[in-house]
Design a protein around this ligand. Sequence first.
Ligand code: TYD
Ligand code: MG
Length: 456
Amino acid sequence: MAKAQTSFTCTACGAVHRKWAGRCDACGAWNSIAEGAPLSTGPGARALGGARGRTIGLTSLATEEAPVPRRSSGLAEFDRVLGGGLVPASAILVGGDPGIGKSTLLLQVTASFARNGLKCLYISGEEASAQVRMRAQRLGLGTAPVMLGAETNLRDILTTLDTERPGLAIIDSIQTMWLDTVDSAPGSVAQVRAAAHELVTFAKSRGTAVILVGHVTKEGQIAGPRVVEHMVDTVLYFEGERGHQFRILRAVKNRFGPADEIGVFEMTGAGLAEVANPSALFLSDRGQPAPGSAVFAGIEGTRPVLTEVQALVAPAPPGTPRRTVVGIDGGRLSTILAVLEARCGIPFAGLDVFLNVAGGMRVSEPAADLAIAAALLSAREDVALPPDMVIFGEISLSGALRPVAQTENRLKEAQKLGFSTAIAPEKSKSGGNDEGMRVRKMPDLVTFVGELFGAG
Ligand code: TYD
Ligand code: MG
C-alpha cells in the first residue's frame, strides 16, 4: 500500500528534503524549507509498463552542422557576452538584484534588435505598458518597432507568441508569470519552474529566442532564478555595486560561447552606455601614487582588464582584527595573509585589513594574488609602488609564484594604457615577446618582497 509521503521543499533553490531543517543543505539558505508536495519533475512516476517506445534516430559526432547563425544586437558589449550575437531558438536568463537595471538594459537591447529588423516582443509583468513606454521615450527609443505587452498569464502570453512568432521575446520577469495549471502563487518555485519550462519549450519548438529576466535576492526568499539556470542555454548576471555607476553583464553559463565573458556598461541619466575600454575606466580616477594601491593586469573572459587593488592596514583594537573585503573573496585574502606570515615572516596579527577593488569590479582570478599581496605590503610598509607598474601571478601555499595564462594579452593591455613595468611569475610564457614592457620575473614571494620592499 502506498504511504502518503510529505516532503519538504526549499523555496529558494527547489531542493527536496525528507525532513524539515532550519537550513537548506543544497543552497545554504536559512528558513527557506516549507512543507509541501514534491514538485513534479516531468512524466509521472508510474512505471513504464510493457509498452515499447520508438527507437531514437542516432547520428555520429562527425555529422556536418552549419555554424549557428547569430543576430547582432548593435550593442557590442551585449553581443560579446552572448558569444558573438543572439542565437535563434536560444533561451537566456538575465539575473540580477532588483533595481540594478535589467529592465533598462533589455529595453535598450530589444529596441536595438527591432531597429535592426528583428521582430521583437516585450512582455512586462511588473510595469504597465505606459510605464515602459515612458521609459522608452526617456531613453530615446520611442520610435523603435517593439511590440509591447503587459501580462502575467502565461497561457495568454504563449498564445500571443504563437500567433505573432517573433524572433525575440523578453519576459520581464519570470517571477511574475503564472500558469493556471500550477496550484501555487506566482514567484514560488513550482510556478517559476513550470513557467520557465513552458517558455523554453516554446523557444525550442518555434525558433523564437527568449530572454527571461529573474530577480535574485541575497536572502533567497523568493524563488531565485537558480531553479531556471539548468533549463536555459545561457545565464547572464547583471551586477554592480550600488552607488557605483558601472554595471557588469557576466556570462556564467553559455552553451553557445565562452563563459566568464563580461560586458561593461555605465548607468547614465539616459540609460546604459557601453564601455568599450573598461581598463581605462577602472583606472581613470587613480590620483597620485599612494601606499596600498597596486594595479592588477587581469583577464575577464577573452578580454584583458586592468583593475586597481586597494588595501588599508591599520592598528586593530584588542580582539580579533577585522578583515573586510569588497570585490575579492575573503578566503583568498586569509590565504595570502597566511602565506605572507609563514613564508616571508610578515605578520598581520594586531592589524585591521581592508581590501577593495576600485570601481565596483569583482576579481575572482587566482592571478590577482600577487597584486593583492603587493597592495597589502605597500599599505603595511607605507611605501607607494611605482605608478607605471602592473602585477599578476598566483601565489601557491609554499610561497612560490605560479605562472598564469595569457601573459601576452595582459602585457599588451598594460602597454596600451601607458604602463612600462610588469611583475610576473618566473615561468610565465610570453612567447619571447614582452610587448615593449620591462618584465621582472620572480620565482617566489620572498624574492618579490625583497626586491620591492627591501628586506621587509
Ligand atoms: P531597472 O531597469 O528598472 O531595474 P530592474 O529591472 O533591474 O529592477 O532600473 C532601475 C534603476 O535604474 C533606477 O534606480 C534608476 C536607474 N536608471 C537610471 O539611472 N537611468 C535611466 O535612464 C534609467 C531608465 C534608469
Ligand atoms: Mg525591472
